[in-house]
Design a protein around this ligand. Structure first.
Ligand code: FES
Ligand code: FES
Length: 322
């Protein structure tokens, strides 16, 4: 793609804003982009050139997650990805979640759980929840909080979004069990028997299916379940005997164990070793988690050891992955 871009007639001919033409594949549809400045972000191109205004422009700094989209199955902040670099990738936006039948199960669950007020954060949240449930069909509370920590909501808080994660996971699990029961009954009745009607309502439409390749399937988060120590105050008992600390808000310094894994692993699995893919990493060494709840507006270095909520894909410092 690079050669093609640099050889474009509009590029590098004394113009300080070289342009390129390329095609984005968005929600399975080829969308040509013509004579676009190569520095335009994926968010800008989606909204302003392709008319896909679902992803929202909140901060353009990788802080708020309102612009969350998937690129080759990875959740990214569209405001931080040059669109031209996504030309060879599969791009998924919130418009791709809903089908002809209306809202996807994730979107409906967010609405039902009270996670939508002004709605500005909702497309990004929907993409983050969708992404999480693609990777992990049964996320625990910590996993859900980690997955949503890059999405800021200024209206509702996050209880609704977390409830939506569990509601969708429950509904999909129930639908799958009903399907399996129906299949078992059909098998027991024999091949000549008439196929029984489905035992339950058809399963909610998972928005895009997908593999489970990343942290949810690794030992990372399952180990983390056991590594998080019980807190003396405000602990939340959990089935299985583990206890979690009280819910931290966005930007809370997390225990090193939450990042447990091979040195250099980031929780989103998107950063090449030793790099911050977007050059915007502001997540500083928070030191040992002492149970303190750090209030933050998510934008400034108000507290020692904390600068801002890490954006999707931001690489954490190596010393937090020990
Ligand atoms: Fe991209 Fe806020 S607009 S993270
Ligand atoms: Fe308004 Fe989240 S609903 S910012």
């Amino acid at each position: 793609m690079t050669d093609e871009l640099l050889n474009h007639p509009g590029a590098l001919t004394g113009d300080v804003r070289p342009t390129a033409s390329y095609t984005l594949r968005v929600n399975g549809v080829e969308r040509p982009v013509t004579d676009a400045w190569i520095g335009e972000s994926l968010l800008y191109v989606l909204r302003e050139r392709l008319g896909l205004a679902g992803a929202k422009d909140g901060c353009e700094q990788g802080e708020c997650g309102a612009c969350s989209v998937q690129v080759d199955g990875q959740l990214v902040n569209g405001c931080l990805v040059p669109a031209a670099l996504a030309a060879d990738s599969e791009i998924g936006t919130v418009e791709g979640l809903s089908g002809a039948g209306g809202a996807s199960d994730v979107q409906q669950a967010l609405a039902d759980s009270g996670a939508v007020q002004c709605g500005y954060c909702t497309p990004g949240l929907a993409m983050a929840v969708h992404d999480l449930l693609q990777r992990n069909h049964r996320p625990g509370e910590v996993e859900a909080r980690q997955a949503l920590c890059g999405n800021l909501c200024r209206c509702t808080g996050y209880r609704g979004a977390l409830a939506a994660v569990q509601a969708v996971a429950d509904a999909r699990e129930a639908a799958l069990e009903a399907e399996l029961d129906a299949a078992e009954q059909a098998a027991a009745a024999g091949p000549a028997a008439e196929q029984p009607a489905p035992a339950a309502a058809p399963p909610p439409q998972p928005d895009q299916g997908g593999e489970l390749p990343l942290y949810a399937d690794s030992e990372l988060w399952h180990e983390a379940d056991q590594l998080i120590p019980a807190q003396p105050q405000g602990e939340t008992p959990r089935a299985g005997g583990y206890a979690y600390p009280p819910t931290p808000p966005h930007g809370t310094a997390v225990p090193a164990d939450w990042q447990h894994g091979p040195a250099g692993t980031d929780p989103f699995g998107t950063a090449p070793a030793g790099t911050d893919p977007f050059g915007t990493a502001t997540y500083q060494d928070a030191g040992a988690y002492d149970g303190t709840v750090y209030a933050t507006d998510g934008y400034g270095a108000q507290y020692p050891g904390y600068d801002a909520t890490p954006a999707h894909g931001i690489r954490l410092p190596e010393d937090e992955n020990a």
